[in-house]
Ligand binder design. Structure first.
Ligand SMILES: NC(=O)c1ccc[n+]([C@@H]2O[C@H](COP(=O)([O-])OP(=O)(O)OC[C@H]3O[C@@H](n4cnc5c(N)ncnc54)[C@H](O)[C@@H]3O)[C@@H](O)[C@H]2O)c1
Length: 350
Protein backbone atom coordinates (compact mmCIF):
# COMPACT_ATOMS: atom_id res chain seq x y z
CA UNK A 1 0.00 0.00 0.00
CA UNK A 2 1.45 3.40 -0.99
CA UNK A 3 2.34 5.70 1.86
CA UNK A 4 3.33 9.36 1.97
CA UNK A 5 6.08 10.56 4.33
CA UNK A 6 5.84 14.01 5.90
CA UNK A 7 8.01 15.57 8.60
CA UNK A 8 6.72 15.76 12.18
CA UNK A 9 7.19 19.55 12.13
CA UNK A 10 5.05 19.94 8.97
CA UNK A 11 2.28 17.74 10.38
CA UNK A 12 2.36 19.50 13.76
CA UNK A 13 2.07 22.91 12.07
CA UNK A 14 -0.90 21.76 9.93
CA UNK A 15 -2.63 20.16 12.93
CA UNK A 16 -2.09 23.18 15.19
CA UNK A 17 -3.50 25.60 12.61
CA UNK A 18 -6.49 23.34 11.92
CA UNK A 19 -7.34 23.01 15.63
CA UNK A 20 -7.06 26.79 16.05
CA UNK A 21 -9.50 27.14 13.17
CA UNK A 22 -11.82 24.73 15.06
CA UNK A 23 -11.72 27.05 18.10
CA UNK A 24 -8.81 26.12 20.39
CA UNK A 25 -6.24 28.69 21.56
CA UNK A 26 -2.77 28.50 20.00
CA UNK A 27 -1.33 26.86 23.15
CA UNK A 28 -4.14 24.28 23.43
CA UNK A 29 -3.95 23.48 19.72
CA UNK A 30 -0.16 23.02 19.89
CA UNK A 31 -0.52 20.75 22.92
CA UNK A 32 -3.11 18.51 21.22
CA UNK A 33 -1.13 18.51 17.96
CA UNK A 34 2.03 17.51 19.86
CA UNK A 35 0.29 14.51 21.43
CA UNK A 36 -1.21 13.32 18.11
CA UNK A 37 2.01 13.72 16.12
CA UNK A 38 3.98 12.01 18.91
CA UNK A 39 1.64 9.01 18.57
CA UNK A 40 2.36 8.83 14.81
CA UNK A 41 6.10 9.32 15.39
CA UNK A 42 6.07 6.31 17.70
CA UNK A 43 4.03 4.14 15.36
CA UNK A 44 0.95 4.32 17.63
CA UNK A 45 -1.12 5.31 14.59
CA UNK A 46 -4.39 4.35 16.32
CA UNK A 47 -3.95 7.47 18.49
CA UNK A 48 -2.49 9.80 15.89
CA UNK A 49 -3.84 11.97 13.09
CA UNK A 50 -6.54 9.47 12.13
CA UNK A 51 -8.41 11.00 15.11
CA UNK A 52 -7.94 14.65 14.12
CA UNK A 53 -11.36 14.97 12.46
CA UNK A 54 -13.12 13.84 15.64
CA UNK A 55 -11.05 16.07 17.96
CA UNK A 56 -11.72 19.09 15.72
CA UNK A 57 -15.46 18.30 15.44
CA UNK A 58 -15.79 17.94 19.22
CA UNK A 59 -14.29 21.41 19.69
CA UNK A 60 -16.29 22.97 16.86
CA UNK A 61 -19.63 21.68 18.15
CA UNK A 62 -18.86 22.78 21.70
CA UNK A 63 -18.65 19.50 23.64
CA UNK A 64 -14.95 20.19 24.27
CA UNK A 65 -14.49 23.66 25.75
CA UNK A 66 -11.59 25.93 24.77
CA UNK A 67 -9.79 28.12 27.32
CA UNK A 68 -10.40 25.88 30.34
CA UNK A 69 -7.90 25.53 33.21
CA UNK A 70 -8.00 22.66 35.72
CA UNK A 71 -9.77 23.70 38.94
CA UNK A 72 -8.68 22.21 42.28
CA UNK A 73 -11.86 21.37 44.19
CA UNK A 74 -10.33 19.51 47.15
CA UNK A 75 -6.77 18.97 48.28
CA UNK A 76 -4.44 17.32 50.76
CA UNK A 77 -0.63 17.72 50.73
CA UNK A 78 -0.13 14.81 48.34
CA UNK A 79 -3.55 14.64 46.69
CA UNK A 80 -5.60 16.90 44.42
CA UNK A 81 -9.20 16.45 43.30
CA UNK A 82 -9.56 18.39 40.05
CA UNK A 83 -12.43 19.46 37.84
CA UNK A 84 -11.27 19.24 34.21
CA UNK A 85 -14.11 21.57 33.08
CA UNK A 86 -14.63 19.64 29.80
CA UNK A 87 -11.44 21.13 28.41
CA UNK A 88 -9.29 19.27 25.91
CA UNK A 89 -7.91 16.16 27.63
CA UNK A 90 -4.30 16.63 26.55
CA UNK A 91 -4.28 20.25 27.67
CA UNK A 92 -5.90 19.57 31.06
CA UNK A 93 -3.82 16.42 31.60
CA UNK A 94 -0.52 18.22 31.03
CA UNK A 95 -1.42 21.01 33.43
CA UNK A 96 -2.53 18.55 36.11
CA UNK A 97 0.71 16.61 35.68
CA UNK A 98 2.66 19.86 36.12
CA UNK A 99 0.76 20.48 39.37
CA UNK A 100 1.56 16.95 40.61
CA UNK A 101 5.26 17.26 39.70
CA UNK A 102 5.46 20.63 41.47
CA UNK A 103 3.86 19.24 44.62
CA UNK A 104 5.94 16.04 44.55
CA UNK A 105 9.09 18.18 44.78
CA UNK A 106 7.79 19.29 48.22
CA UNK A 107 5.92 16.24 49.48
CA UNK A 108 7.72 13.29 47.82
CA UNK A 109 4.65 12.29 45.79
CA UNK A 110 1.41 13.79 44.56
CA UNK A 111 -1.59 12.26 42.79
CA UNK A 112 -4.67 13.83 41.26
CA UNK A 113 -8.10 12.67 40.19
CA UNK A 114 -9.75 14.57 37.33
CA UNK A 115 -13.43 14.56 36.41
CA UNK A 116 -15.18 16.23 33.44
CA UNK A 117 -12.33 14.99 31.25
CA UNK A 118 -12.08 14.37 27.51
CA UNK A 119 -9.99 11.87 25.57
CA UNK A 120 -6.33 12.46 26.49
CA UNK A 121 -4.60 10.48 23.70
CA UNK A 122 -1.46 8.51 24.48
CA UNK A 123 -0.92 8.22 28.23
CA UNK A 124 2.89 8.23 27.89
CA UNK A 125 2.86 11.92 26.99
CA UNK A 126 2.00 12.67 30.66
CA UNK A 127 4.16 10.11 32.44
CA UNK A 128 7.24 11.12 30.45
CA UNK A 129 6.86 14.65 31.87
CA UNK A 130 7.55 13.18 35.32
CA UNK A 131 10.43 11.01 34.09
CA UNK A 132 12.06 14.10 32.57
CA UNK A 133 12.03 15.61 36.10
CA UNK A 134 13.64 12.55 37.71
CA UNK A 135 10.28 11.19 38.95
CA UNK A 136 8.18 8.12 38.29
CA UNK A 137 5.02 9.13 36.44
CA UNK A 138 1.62 7.45 36.52
CA UNK A 139 -1.31 8.14 34.17
CA UNK A 140 -4.65 6.40 33.75
CA UNK A 141 -7.94 7.27 32.08
CA UNK A 142 -11.17 5.53 31.38
CA UNK A 143 -12.65 5.35 27.91
CA UNK A 144 -15.99 4.62 26.25
CA UNK A 145 -17.40 1.14 26.83
CA UNK A 146 -15.90 -0.98 24.05
CA UNK A 147 -14.70 -4.01 26.02
CA UNK A 148 -16.45 -6.99 27.58
CA UNK A 149 -15.64 -8.13 31.12
CA UNK A 150 -14.36 -11.72 31.12
CA UNK A 151 -17.34 -14.01 30.58
CA UNK A 152 -19.63 -11.14 29.47
CA UNK A 153 -21.05 -10.34 26.01
CA UNK A 154 -21.97 -6.65 26.48
CA UNK A 155 -19.25 -3.96 26.34
CA UNK A 156 -19.38 -2.18 29.71
CA UNK A 157 -15.68 -1.38 30.21
CA UNK A 158 -13.28 0.84 28.25
CA UNK A 159 -9.83 -0.13 27.04
CA UNK A 160 -8.78 2.01 30.04
CA UNK A 161 -5.12 2.91 29.44
CA UNK A 162 -2.29 2.81 31.98
CA UNK A 163 1.17 4.33 31.67
CA UNK A 164 4.13 4.32 34.06
CA UNK A 165 7.41 6.01 33.10
CA UNK A 166 10.67 5.56 35.02
CA UNK A 167 13.93 7.51 34.55
CA UNK A 168 16.60 5.02 33.51
CA UNK A 169 20.02 6.75 33.49
CA UNK A 170 21.89 6.17 30.22
CA UNK A 171 18.80 4.51 28.71
CA UNK A 172 15.75 6.44 27.56
CA UNK A 173 13.05 6.15 30.26
CA UNK A 174 11.25 2.87 30.66
CA UNK A 175 7.71 3.69 29.51
CA UNK A 176 4.96 1.15 29.90
CA UNK A 177 1.98 2.57 27.99
CA UNK A 178 -0.85 0.19 27.31
CA UNK A 179 -4.52 -0.27 26.71
CA UNK A 180 -6.17 -2.89 28.93
CA UNK A 181 -7.76 -4.41 25.84
CA UNK A 182 -5.52 -6.81 23.89
CA UNK A 183 -4.92 -3.85 21.55
CA UNK A 184 -6.30 -0.31 21.38
CA UNK A 185 -9.65 -0.28 19.47
CA UNK A 186 -8.15 2.38 17.18
CA UNK A 187 -6.05 -0.44 15.65
CA UNK A 188 -9.25 -2.15 14.46
CA UNK A 189 -10.73 1.14 13.24
CA UNK A 190 -7.51 1.74 11.31
CA UNK A 191 -7.50 -1.84 9.94
CA UNK A 192 -11.09 -1.34 8.69
CA UNK A 193 -10.22 2.10 7.27
CA UNK A 194 -7.23 0.64 5.42
CA UNK A 195 -9.44 -2.17 3.97
CA UNK A 196 -7.70 -5.04 5.87
CA UNK A 197 -9.77 -8.25 5.90
CA UNK A 198 -8.49 -9.97 9.06
CA UNK A 199 -7.30 -9.20 12.57
CA UNK A 200 -5.90 -11.62 15.20
CA UNK A 201 -8.59 -13.72 16.92
CA UNK A 202 -7.77 -12.56 20.47
CA UNK A 203 -8.52 -8.87 19.78
CA UNK A 204 -12.30 -8.81 19.77
CA UNK A 205 -15.65 -10.62 19.82
CA UNK A 206 -18.63 -10.32 17.44
CA UNK A 207 -22.02 -9.02 18.69
CA UNK A 208 -22.87 -12.53 19.99
CA UNK A 209 -19.68 -12.69 22.07
CA UNK A 210 -17.75 -15.11 19.80
CA UNK A 211 -14.08 -14.37 18.96
CA UNK A 212 -13.79 -12.88 15.44
CA UNK A 213 -11.06 -12.10 12.90
CA UNK A 214 -13.30 -9.78 10.83
CA UNK A 215 -12.54 -6.08 11.60
CA UNK A 216 -16.06 -4.95 10.60
CA UNK A 217 -17.73 -7.55 12.87
CA UNK A 218 -15.27 -6.70 15.64
CA UNK A 219 -16.32 -3.04 15.45
CA UNK A 220 -19.98 -4.12 15.79
CA UNK A 221 -19.01 -6.39 18.70
CA UNK A 222 -16.56 -5.62 21.50
CA UNK A 223 -12.88 -5.67 22.46
CA UNK A 224 -11.39 -8.40 24.67
CA UNK A 225 -9.31 -7.57 27.76
CA UNK A 226 -5.59 -8.52 27.55
CA UNK A 227 -4.62 -11.59 29.53
CA UNK A 228 -8.19 -12.71 30.26
CA UNK A 229 -9.48 -11.96 33.76
CA UNK A 230 -6.25 -10.12 34.70
CA UNK A 231 -6.79 -7.43 32.07
CA UNK A 232 -10.46 -7.26 33.04
CA UNK A 233 -9.51 -6.77 36.71
CA UNK A 234 -6.98 -4.04 35.90
CA UNK A 235 -9.44 -2.19 33.61
CA UNK A 236 -12.06 -2.27 36.37
CA UNK A 237 -9.62 -0.96 38.99
CA UNK A 238 -8.61 1.88 36.64
CA UNK A 239 -12.30 2.76 36.17
CA UNK A 240 -12.70 2.88 39.95
CA UNK A 241 -9.59 5.07 40.51
CA UNK A 242 -10.35 7.50 37.66
CA UNK A 243 -14.14 7.68 37.91
CA UNK A 244 -15.30 6.08 41.16
CA UNK A 245 -12.91 8.33 43.07
CA UNK A 246 -13.36 11.51 41.00
CA UNK A 247 -17.10 11.68 40.31
CA UNK A 248 -16.59 11.23 36.53
CA UNK A 249 -18.76 8.76 34.62
CA UNK A 250 -17.61 5.13 34.59
CA UNK A 251 -16.78 3.57 31.22
CA UNK A 252 -20.26 2.07 30.91
CA UNK A 253 -21.80 5.57 31.02
CA UNK A 254 -19.27 7.90 29.33
CA UNK A 255 -20.32 9.45 26.03
CA UNK A 256 -19.01 8.07 22.76
CA UNK A 257 -15.91 9.97 21.50
CA UNK A 258 -16.59 9.06 17.86
CA UNK A 259 -20.38 9.45 17.63
CA UNK A 260 -21.85 11.66 20.37
CA UNK A 261 -21.35 15.32 19.47
CA UNK A 262 -24.08 16.59 21.83
CA UNK A 263 -22.71 15.67 25.26
CA UNK A 264 -19.29 16.03 26.92
CA UNK A 265 -17.61 12.68 27.55
CA UNK A 266 -17.07 13.26 31.30
CA UNK A 267 -14.17 10.83 31.50
CA UNK A 268 -11.95 10.53 34.57
CA UNK A 269 -8.13 10.60 34.87
CA UNK A 270 -5.75 9.58 37.64
CA UNK A 271 -2.34 11.21 37.26
CA UNK A 272 0.64 11.54 39.55
CA UNK A 273 4.34 11.45 40.30
CA UNK A 274 6.68 9.89 42.85
CA UNK A 275 9.82 11.95 43.48
CA UNK A 276 12.67 9.42 43.48
CA UNK A 277 15.03 11.81 45.28
CA UNK A 278 12.81 11.64 48.36
CA UNK A 279 13.42 7.87 48.54
CA UNK A 280 17.04 7.52 47.34
CA UNK A 281 19.51 9.81 45.53
CA UNK A 282 18.43 9.98 41.88
CA UNK A 283 21.90 9.08 40.45
CA UNK A 284 21.94 5.93 42.62
CA UNK A 285 18.47 4.94 41.38
CA UNK A 286 19.48 5.58 37.78
CA UNK A 287 22.53 3.33 38.19
CA UNK A 288 20.23 0.62 39.53
CA UNK A 289 17.93 1.10 36.52
CA UNK A 290 20.92 0.76 34.19
CA UNK A 291 21.74 -2.59 35.85
CA UNK A 292 18.14 -3.82 35.74
CA UNK A 293 17.55 -2.81 32.11
CA UNK A 294 21.05 -4.01 31.17
CA UNK A 295 20.04 -7.47 32.43
CA UNK A 296 16.92 -7.38 30.24
CA UNK A 297 18.97 -6.30 27.22
CA UNK A 298 21.53 -9.07 27.88
CA UNK A 299 18.86 -11.80 27.95
CA UNK A 300 19.53 -14.18 25.02
CA UNK A 301 16.80 -13.75 22.39
CA UNK A 302 14.38 -16.61 21.73
CA UNK A 303 14.12 -18.13 18.24
CA UNK A 304 12.56 -15.62 15.85
CA UNK A 305 13.67 -12.62 17.95
CA UNK A 306 16.75 -10.47 17.42
CA UNK A 307 16.86 -8.83 20.86
CA UNK A 308 14.92 -8.27 24.07
CA UNK A 309 13.36 -4.81 24.44
CA UNK A 310 12.29 -3.02 27.59
CA UNK A 311 8.89 -1.22 27.66
CA UNK A 312 8.93 1.95 25.57
CA UNK A 313 12.16 1.07 23.76
CA UNK A 314 10.51 0.10 20.47
CA UNK A 315 8.42 3.30 20.42
CA UNK A 316 11.43 5.51 21.23
CA UNK A 317 13.42 3.85 18.48
CA UNK A 318 10.62 4.40 15.95
CA UNK A 319 10.33 8.01 17.08
CA UNK A 320 14.03 8.61 16.35
CA UNK A 321 13.71 6.93 12.92
CA UNK A 322 10.57 8.88 11.98
CA UNK A 323 12.07 12.17 13.15
CA UNK A 324 14.80 11.52 10.59
CA UNK A 325 12.78 9.99 7.75
CA UNK A 326 9.31 11.48 8.25
CA UNK A 327 5.99 9.98 9.34
CA UNK A 328 4.38 7.53 6.91
CA UNK A 329 0.64 8.07 6.46
CA UNK A 330 -1.61 5.71 4.49
CA UNK A 331 -3.86 6.88 1.63
CA UNK A 332 -7.09 6.77 3.70
CA UNK A 333 -5.64 9.06 6.38
CA UNK A 334 -4.11 11.43 3.78
CA UNK A 335 -7.46 11.65 1.98
CA UNK A 336 -9.28 12.39 5.24
CA UNK A 337 -6.75 15.06 6.31
CA UNK A 338 -6.83 16.73 2.88
CA UNK A 339 -10.64 16.91 3.01
CA UNK A 340 -10.55 18.10 6.61
CA UNK A 341 -8.05 20.84 5.71
CA UNK A 342 -10.49 22.03 3.03
CA UNK A 343 -13.33 22.14 5.57
CA UNK A 344 -11.30 24.23 8.04
CA UNK A 345 -9.53 26.46 5.49
CA UNK A 346 -6.06 25.03 6.24
CA UNK A 347 -4.42 23.41 3.20
CA UNK A 348 -2.93 19.97 3.86
CA UNK A 349 0.80 20.06 2.94
CA UNK A 350 1.57 18.20 -0.28
N1 LIG B 1 -6.80 7.66 25.88
C1 LIG B 1 -7.39 6.50 25.75
O1 LIG B 1 -8.59 6.39 25.97
C2 LIG B 1 -6.61 5.29 25.33
C3 LIG B 1 -7.23 4.03 25.37
C4 LIG B 1 -6.48 2.93 24.99
C5 LIG B 1 -5.16 3.05 24.57
N2 LIG B 1 -4.60 4.30 24.55
C6 LIG B 1 -3.21 4.45 24.09
O2 LIG B 1 -2.98 3.58 23.00
C7 LIG B 1 -1.61 3.31 22.90
C8 LIG B 1 -1.38 1.91 22.42
O3 LIG B 1 -1.73 0.97 23.41
P1 LIG B 1 -1.48 -0.60 23.12
O4 LIG B 1 -1.86 -1.36 24.32
O5 LIG B 1 -2.10 -0.95 21.82
O6 LIG B 1 0.12 -0.61 22.94
P2 LIG B 1 1.09 -1.84 22.58
O7 LIG B 1 0.39 -3.14 22.78
O8 LIG B 1 1.68 -1.57 21.26
O9 LIG B 1 2.24 -1.69 23.67
C9 LIG B 1 1.95 -1.77 25.05
C10 LIG B 1 3.24 -1.68 25.85
O10 LIG B 1 4.03 -2.86 25.63
C11 LIG B 1 5.35 -2.48 25.26
N3 LIG B 1 5.84 -3.47 24.31
C12 LIG B 1 5.26 -3.84 23.14
N4 LIG B 1 6.01 -4.79 22.55
C13 LIG B 1 7.08 -4.99 23.34
C14 LIG B 1 8.21 -5.87 23.29
N5 LIG B 1 8.39 -6.70 22.28
N6 LIG B 1 9.09 -5.82 24.30
C15 LIG B 1 8.93 -4.98 25.34
N7 LIG B 1 7.88 -4.14 25.46
C16 LIG B 1 6.97 -4.17 24.48
C17 LIG B 1 5.24 -1.13 24.63
O11 LIG B 1 6.49 -0.43 24.75
C18 LIG B 1 4.13 -0.50 25.48
O12 LIG B 1 4.67 0.06 26.64
C19 LIG B 1 -1.01 3.74 24.24
O13 LIG B 1 -0.27 4.91 24.01
C20 LIG B 1 -2.21 4.05 25.13
O14 LIG B 1 -2.00 5.10 26.06
C21 LIG B 1 -5.27 5.40 24.93
Amino acid sequence: MSQTRLSAATLKDFTTRLLQSAGLSAAEAACLAGNLVLANLRGVDSHGLMRLRTYATRVKCGVVKPGVAPRVVREAPAFLAIDGGNGNGMWIGRQVMELCIGRAKETGACFATVNNGNHFGIAASFTEMAAAEGMIGLAMSNAGATMVPTGGRKPILGANPLSIAIPSGKYRPLVLDMATSTVAQGKIILAAKEGKKTIPSDWAVDPEGNPTTDPELALKGAMLPFGGAKGYGLALIIDILVAGLSGALTSAHTRNFWKDFEHPQNLGFFLGAWNIASIMPLPEFERRMETILGEMKACPPAPGHTEVFYPGEIEHRREAENLRGGIALGPAVIEDLTKLGGEYGVAFPS
